[in-house]
Structure formats: C-alpha cells, structure tokens
Design a protein around this ligand. Structure first.
Ligand code: PBG
Length: 323
C-alpha cells in the first residue's frame, strides 16, 4: 500500500481547474424542477414571508415567471394551486376549470417546451387542510382515491407532462394509473412522492399553499421520521402500482433514505428540497451567518451525491443565474 509521501491527495486540490477535472458530482439545470404557486385573480404577485424570493401569482404572472425562468434555462416547473374557495371534498382540485387546470392551459400555449409537472393532492383545496376526505377526526383512505385520480386525470387533460401525487394515501398510484389509462393518457408519467415524511420542514410551504391542517397533523398518513425500511416499502409498492419515478421528501434530513432508495431501485429518483430547508439558509444568510449561494450549492450537491437524479428546489431560478 502506497502511503505518504508517495500519495498526496492534495495534488488534485491545488487549482480550480484540477478540482473541476476530478469532480464527482455536478449540478445541471436540466435536473431541477421549479415550484410555482398559482392563485386566482389577475396581476397578482404576493411575495411569501416564509419563502423569500417565492410568490403566489395569478395565472398571467405565473406565465411571466415561467417564461423568464425558461429563458434562463429552467427545464421544468411543478404547479401548486390555491383555489378561490375550499370545501370539505376539495372540489377545486378536480374542477376542469380549477386554478391549476387553467394555469396548465395557458402555460402550455405561452411557454412551449417548458415541462409542466403538477402536485396532485387535496390539502390545498380542502377546508380542513387534510390530503384526503375526513370523517370525524379520521382521514379516509379508499374514498379519497377516486378524487385524487380525478385530479390527476384533469391535470392530464389540461396539458400536464407528468403528475406527482403527494397525498400518501395507500393505493393512490394504482388508482391514478387506472384513471389516466382509462382516459387515454397511458403515456403520461407518474412521479410518486413515495417516501414523504411527516416533517416540521414543510412549515413555510403551508403558508404558501394555505394548506395547514385545521386539526391534528399528517402523521396518520405521512411517514414516521425514524423509519427507512418502511420508506423503501412505500417506494416498492408505488413502483408496483405503476409509478414511473419515485421521490424522497424532505431531502437534506433524509439523505440516507435517498441513498437507500438509489441503491435499491433503478427508477428515476426525485428529491424535494423543501421549504424549511430553503428557509433556514435564507434566514441565516439574511443575518450574515452564512453565504447563501455557497450553502445552497453545497446542499443541492449533497442531495445529488446521495443519489437523487432530479431535485425540486426553490433555488432553481437563482441557480439558473448562478450556474
Ligand atoms: C402537499 C404538499 C406539501 C409539500 C408539497 N406538497 C405539504 C404538506 O404535505 O404539508 C411541501 C413542500 C415544501 O415544504 O416545500 N401535500
């Protein structure tokens, strides 16, 4: 075994050029998805306090933002909708004239070439803020599936390039696959939020999506943080039900889950660098405690190094300017 002074690992660290030559992980804008929040109205652009740099926008403004981002090289967006009115059944989610459906139709036309992903969930549309139908204090599983499937099918109809169920009901991927196939969308991919944990890091998102649960929490359907084997079972089931890609969420506190999923499955692996992960760095940077750009790039690189193929991140647009 050769050792010092024969081996000197610092030789390849001496210059920026040498470091770049042997770099094992690189960030490419091709692998990023930019989240956008759509609200009713016109000319609306409401910046979010907990998500600096991100805003709720009406369809026209979402188009402007998507167009600008696409011009900078952003390849894909994921749409979240906040409806005019919420009700018990989340009917705005599967309304053919719903907020996301409208945004899809306009974006399709105004920004051709931009990939349009949609979040499929009921929590932004239900008055109680849960991801499925509620009876008493219970979130019902099987009866929610039909509504989630209808939501996905209406996104497909309106022009989505892929649908991303994030509700964590059992059996939803199968229900969505069947609905899509039944409507002639057998070519439309499903990106399943398979390993979605009940996490404190979604805090700022719930302000953005106005989706905080009115009672209780999401622990009866989202994964329990200490579990990794259970996360792999979720991925396995989703793939068996027809998911084309799987997702781990959040990302940074769950790098081990990303790594485990990468080693076990060959499907494309997404990771969601969630609102709280973004907010922590933004807040620390605003106080001058760390350099935002370096901390962001280091975090996103870590997510890729752990094994993610695609990253959903609120930094996507800024990254387009940095890279
Ligand atoms: C909806 C959904 C959530 C996020 C994405 N889709 C929130 C939740 O489950 O409460 C979180 C995203 C983020 O924090 O950036 N089900």
């Amino acid at each position: 075994m050769s050792t010092f002074p024969l081996t000197r690992l610092r030789r390849f660290r001496r210059t920026a050029g040498l470091r770049s030559l042997v770099r094992e992980t690189r960030l490419s804008l091709d692998d990023f998805v930019y989240p956008l929040f759509v609200v009713p109205g016109e000319g609306v652009e409401r910046p979010l306090e907990g998500l600096p740099g991100i805003a709720q926008r009406s369809v026209d403004r979402v188009c402007d933002e998507a167009e600008a981002a696409h011009r900078l090289g952003v390849a894909a967006v994921i749409l979240f909708g906040i409806p005019e009115e919420k009700d018990e059944a989340g009917s705005g989610a599967y309304d053919d004239d719903g907020i996301v459906q409208r945004a899809l139709r306009v974006l399709r036309e105004r920004v051709p070439g931009l990939l349009l992903l949609t979040d499929v969930c009921l929590c932004e549309y239900t008055s109680h803020g849960h991801c499925g139908l509620v009876e008493g204090d219970e979130v019902l599983n099987d009866v929610s599936l039909e509504l989630l499937a209808k939501t996905a099918a209406s996104h497909a109809e309106a022009g989505a390039d892929a649908v991303c169920p994030s509700d964590m009901m059992d059996g939803r991927v199968g229900a969505i696959r069947a609905a899509l196939d039944g409507d002639g969308f057998d070519q439309l991919p499903i990106v399943a939020y398979s390993a979605k944990y009940a996490s404190a890091f979604y805090g700022p998102f719930r302000e953005a999506a106005e989706s905080a649960p009115a009672f209780g929490d999401r622990r009866s359907y989202q994964l329990d943080a200490p579990n990794v084997r259970e996360a792999l079972r979720e991925c396995e089931l989703d793939l068996a039900e027809g998911a084309d890609a799987i997702m781990v969420k959040p990302a940074l506190p769950y790098l081990d889950v990303i790594r485990a999923a990468r080693e076990r499955f060959d499907a494309p692996l997404f990771a969601y660098n969630v609102s709280g992960e973004y907010g922590m760095i933004k807040a620390a940077a605003a106080r001058g405690w760390l350099d935002e750009r370096q901390a962001a790039v280091e975090s996103l690189t870590a997510i890729k190094r752990a094994g993610a193929d695609v990253i959903v991140s609120y930094w996507t647009r800024e990254l387009a300017e940095w890279l």
